[in-house]
Design a protein around this ligand. Structure first.
Ligand code: IMP
Ligand code: MG
Length: 171
């Protein structure tokens, strides 16, 4: 496994992203982050701790991969958010945007809840793999078409706990 982004690089970028995100909303308005389980949980944990006290959070869970390094294109909602989104500034917090199918699905269902605004933050983006043109306002790092693991991202549910992001050597 080759390290692509070490934990210092990730933390530094998250500090910048947190500032970028906060600067894009009026200072007195609340921001509600919706983390996408499971892959987004580590990014979410570090991102909220880099933000101010006006942040609240919730989680949603979807499944789009069946133990494979390629997307099946099928998205299933496994767990909905707990709290209402109506009238709130909502940000979807996801680990990676690959084909864009998962985020397109999530944006569609969350937009239907009438949030005051809806934006998306992804730690990673693989633009060369995009199948649908999905809008992502905040991107941590743009990477090549390599399967990556660690920092929340898994291969067959493993390696989510690595503190860095590594390239998975395919067998
Ligand atoms: P999309 O629907 O193809 O954009 O896929 C998004 C989801 O696929 C992400 O939330 C990840 O869970 C997973 N995924 C995409 N690329 C990778 C990768 O390189 N490593 C681990 N998971 C990935
Ligand atoms: Mg995911």
């Amino acid at each position: 496994m080759k390290v692509l982004l070490d934990s210092k690089q990730i933390q530094d970028r998250i500090t910048e992203l947190a500032a970028e995100i906060e600067a894009s909303y009026p200072p007195d308005e609340e921001i509600h982050l919706v983390g996408v389980l499971k892959g987004g949980f580590v990014f979410m944990a570090d991102l909220v701790r880099a933000m101010s006290a006006r942040v609240t959070l919730d989680f949603i869970a979807v499944s789009s991969y069946q133990q494979s390094t390629r997307s099946s294109g099928e998205v299933r909602l496994l767990k909905d958010v707990d709290a209402r989104l109506e009238g709130r500034h909502v940000i979807i917090v996801e680990d990676i945007v690959d084909t864009g199918l998962t985020l397109t699905y999530l944006q569609d269902i969350l937009r239907a809840r009438a949030p005051k605004s809806l934006k998306t933050a992804c730690l990673l983006s693989k633009p060369s793999r995009r199948l649908v043109d999905v809008k992502v306002e905040f991107i941590g790092f743009t990477i090549e078409d390599k399967f990556v693991i660690g920092y929340g991202l898994d291969f067959a549910e493993k390696f989510r706990n690595l503190p860095h992001i590594a390239i998975m050597e395919e067998t």
